[in-house]
Design a protein around this ligand. Structure first.
Ligand code: NDP
Length: 451
């Protein structure tokens, strides 16, 4: 970065931190983009005059609301609901809803900011948003989850719509929660429209939407591996998480010939040196999606596996790591362990799972590394395909959706290579993804004036 770009970036960051004190995840997400795009902005000073990045980093709208609900014993609880509508330059706001105890404004803003760039990369007409609540679904009965979703939607419905803002799932919000949210939206609005994605297949959901983030991640990783003449075949893979993204990333990696040896949750991870197979995968699917159980039960069921409580998978030797749980789950020491264990490719399924220090180590070691906004964009892309199917009142086959998903992931890879190829021929996927996404959003914002 030259001196002028460096000065611009420093000034930008100090102002952002002063305006948004304490929002560390948001600062982290913006800084990463800033480092990629500052040289481009410095070469195009009208972007500085028109404060384009400053506007992207200031959400168009933030809604924070009370979500009261009653548990099965009749006790009243209050949670906080959020919807951060970050940027609508490219289309209606689009982004998931997260229910997790850790949810706060900083996390919502980082996710909405990331989503704006991710949605731009998909090539589909979608702006960026994110929402959620600090509601913790763990240990709640189905009836409690339903009442919470209904209360949450009783406020959210005013701010969303098929041409305004189209939410989907994220951590803690799967098909069941989308069903309850959709049911309440339909009741309040008296309309059956595609205002949420990730719906059930009988009522407007796209085939392959549940699989899309994990499958898309593997399609993207395949392209990365291809740049080094490799593939998933015969590779040892670490997966973290055991939710939606992790499950389908593990399934696709396995079907592409890899040996998936770990899965995790927030209590610990399982290590199975024999690798998953279809039967073991089906056990995990049933455990997590039907019984809402914990990953440690895998080690009870399969003696080949060990459960390691309170730990993350990254010290296990591997070729490829697919972090699919949550933000900042690969820290400096974890990255060092990955290098030590022979890992040569980290493709992110979760949003911002690697800390900046970890990314420095991973990239410094010459590993292939893709940021979540590029490699996990298959989920929102397929949500975009669900929106199209809802609008034209058609239902595409799984093969049609899969072909589109593969094409989109391949196009994102091409964009990363175009904007991120370094002088020595290596691809900086962070730079490529950020720059490709920024140029598109900035162009649309310039066309639309100061709004
Ligand atoms: P799920 O709720 O289905 O699964 C989340 C998984 O991550 C669970 O195994 C959970 O364990 C674990 N986890 C959550 N928080 C933590 C934590 N603080 N520490 C360790 N483990 C944790 O969510 P998804 O699979 O949908 O989402 C996973 C990641 O992928 C998130 O970063 C999300 O933003 C991102 N993503 C999701 C998309 C989607 O389509 N669903 C699209 C693009 C990105 P536990 O059960 O113990 O909480």
């Amino acid at each position: 970065m030259n001196h002028f770009a460096q000065k611009y970036a420093e000034g930008f960051m100090s102002e952002l931190i002063a305006r948004n004190p304490g929002e560390t995840e948001f600062h982290q997400a913006v800084k990463e983009v800033l480092e990629s795009v500052a040289p481009y902005i410095a070469e195009n000073p009208h972007l500085i005059d028109l404060k384009v990045l400053e506007r992207i980093a200031e959400p168009e709208r933030i809604v924070i609301f009370r979500v009261p609900w009653t548990d099965d014993c009749g006790c009243v609880h209050i949670n906080r609901g959020f919807r951060v509508q970050c940027n609508s330059a490219l289309g209606p706001y689009k982004g998931g809803i997260r229910f997790h105890a850790s949810v706060n404004l900083s996390i919502m803003k980082f996710l909405a900011f990331e989503q704006t760039f991710k949605n731009s990369l998909t090539t589909l007409p979608m702006g960026g948003a994110k929402g959620g609540s600090d509601f913790n679904p763990r240990g709640k009965s189905d009836a409690e989850v339903m009442r919470f979703c209904q209360s949450f939607m009783t406020e959210l419905y005013r701010h969303i719509g098929q041409d305004t803002d189209v939410p989907a799932g994220d951590i803690g919000v799967g098909g069941q929660e989308i069903g309850y949210l959709f049911g309440q939206y339909k009741r309040l609005r008296n309309e059956f429209t595609g205002t949420l994605t990730g719906k059930g297949q009988a009522w407007g959901g796209s085939l392959l939407r549940p699989e899309a983030t994990g499958y898309g991640l593997c399609y993207f990783a395949e392209q990365m591996l291809g740049t080094r003449g490799k593939s998933f075949e015969g590779q040892t893979v670490l997966v973290s998480g055991s939710g939606n993204v992790a499950q389908y990333a593990a399934q696709k990696a396995m079907r592409l010939g890899a040996k998936v040896v770990t899965m995790s949750d927030s209590d610990g991870f399982i290590y199975d040196p024999d690798g998953l197979d279809e039967e073991k995968w089906a056990f995990i699917f049933e455990l997590k999606n039907i019984r809402r159980g914990r990953i440690k039960e895998y080690a009870t069921k399969y003696p080949s596996a060990t459960y390691l409580p309170g730990e993350r998978p990254w010290r296990i030797p591997c070729d490829i790591a697919l972090p699919c749980a949550t933000q900042n789950e690969i820290e400096k020491q974890d990255a060092e362990n990955l290098v030590k264990g022979g890992c040569y490719c980290v493709a992110e399924g979760a949003n911002m799972p690697s800390t900046p220090e970890a990314i420095d180590i991973i990239q410094g070691a010459g590993m292939l590394y893709s940021p979540g906004k590029a490699s996990n964009a298959g989920g929102v892309a397929t949500s975009g395909l669900e929106m199209t199917q809802n609008s034209i009142r058609q239902h595409w086959t799984a093969e049609e959706v899969d072909a589109q998903l593969r094409r989109i992931m391949s196009d994102i890879h091409t964009a990363c290579v175009k904007y991120g190829t370094l002088e020595d021929g290596r691809v900086d996927y962070v730079k490529g993804a950020n720059l490709a996404a920024f140029i598109k959003v900035a162009g649309a914002m310039l066309d639309q004036g100061i709004v």
